[in-house]
Design a protein around this ligand. Sequence first.
Ligand SMILES: [Zn+2]
Length: 351
Amino acid sequence: MTPPTPEEQVLFLRNVQRLLVEGQFTASYKFALLLAIADLCVLKGDDSGASLNLAVKDIAEQFIELYWQQCRPFQLGGQSTRLVLQQNTGRQAAVISKVIQAQHDFGGSLFKLKQSAPDLWRSLKSSVTRVVNDMPLWKLQTVGSERLDFLYDNLDVTTTTITLKPGVAFCFRAFYGLIRDLIQGAWVRFVQRLNANELGNLTDLGTFLFDRERSSLDAYKQILLDVQERQCFYCQRDLRTSVEVDHFIPWSRYPTDLGHNFVLAHPRCNNSKSDHLAAEQHLQSWAERNHSCSEELAERLRDAGLLHDSTASIRITEWAYEQVEKSHGQVWISHAAFQHLGAEWRKFLLA
Ligand SMILES: [Zn+2]
């Protein structure tokens, strides 16, 4: 068995990045699962490049430990609140409810639970094992509308072990810190978004230190309504009362508030595009809009005191599409429709 080549290692990192950016996340389980696998590679793997068997119950145990910390009532300004952070877009995630109950019963101490109630600990572990088997294990490697089975084979059946493919444990071990930061950063943003109402303007330290403040986008609305003639940028249907300003290159890929990066869309179109890049036809209309309205746009943005730099916007866009091309990623067409990025995208930016 030999360790993965440098090219394979880079591809691995690209794939992890794809999971985090393109994966469809309704609960934070996938972050927990990726972190759990990374941790177990450190704990149980080696650097030979060999495949590695992981017991699902060991993954479940890592899950419980991760969520045990996150289910504590949230502290605001040093004061404990009764708020338990939401980790799912719909109902609170099942693992969370189980962990909260166990915390309640054991005064918040995981140690106490393990020590004084081994039966309950085992039963918590097996119910979390079922959740892991049911959901995140087989959904982790779905991006857009395709499978990206680079970590383990998706068997779609309940199992007691998964087998990490050759090279996977090696890469998790080699890039552990990097990957951990990636996952944690994505997880923080996810939870922050889900709990925006409760957290209000409070930004956590990570946001404070690293995320540029997102400015209010209202100022762009009137300008873009005129430029787009009150039509949705993506579906070309009329825009009525609810209109959203969309970052053409998603904020999560590159945080920029430069004027040319904005388009107006229906909330539904904007939401389904989410953190994806838009398909070639949208890229073409974006480039054409910026070209044909370049003077009007620049003048209106300047008069409104809004930052803009069309050259920089094009460079960022070019970079973003290049990355998708290199990782063979998918781009968003409409609603649930995706496709692979074709070879032609570049010509739209040259016009
Ligand atoms: Zn639309």
